[in-house]
Ligand binder design. Sequence first.
Ligand code: GLP
Length: 240
Amino acid sequence: MILTICKDYEEMSRKAASLAAESIHENPSALVSFPGGDTPLGMVHAFADMVNTGEVDISKARYVSLDEWVGLSDKDEGSCGLFNRTELLGRLQKPFLDTHILNGAAADIETERKALDAYIAQYGPLDVSVLGIGMNGHLGFNEDGVDFSLNAHIIPLSETTKTVMTKYFGEKFHPEYGISQGIAQIMAAKKVILIANGAHKAEILEKALRGEVTNRVPASVLQNHPNCYVVVDEAAAARL
Ligand code: GLP
């Protein structure tokens, strides 16, 4: 693991965007995945700026969703899909060659899951997977107790995630499940970039990076990834 402690959120965001762009420089046909949530907002804006100024050429690269709340589509406030479309894809003046955005509201979620696996099998492995970390150490929706050998799957949301999720959509939605790339697909990525900011992430980051590797803290599996960058701000790094 290569740990970079940045002075603030902006520096963290720029650093993570540059690392992601490097993967596309190395392989113009890269398969790329970014997380939803609050953490990556600055990173996806910085990445879009790099695309729009010509610093990185994504015209041969592909983008795939990491995860989604089951029951929410990319039209729904607080969904990962809407985040992708508004904050990343909608800002790009030069688009990705192709995108695969999960629809958590699909009538047949199992077909949606299979399609995610098929897309990653066809165009993968991921060249770069940018990840946030949940308050319980989840990656995507790989919640505590997840089987590390899984590819894409549908998983019950943990109580921690159900508490935290109101920050995205208040009481409007009450999802019980998530659909997510699996740890097997994340671990097969050629590069992983874990980003975190804020004092509220300090304790779980310490567990994930300094504690034992255990599925009780899914992000701890990244200790075993051969090319993992951890990019955090000073507040999140307080206990490292
Ligand atoms: C969410 C998403 C993850 C995200 C994580 C952290 O529930 N499923 O993909 O990385 O939790 O979110 P945030 O960045 O808002 O803290």
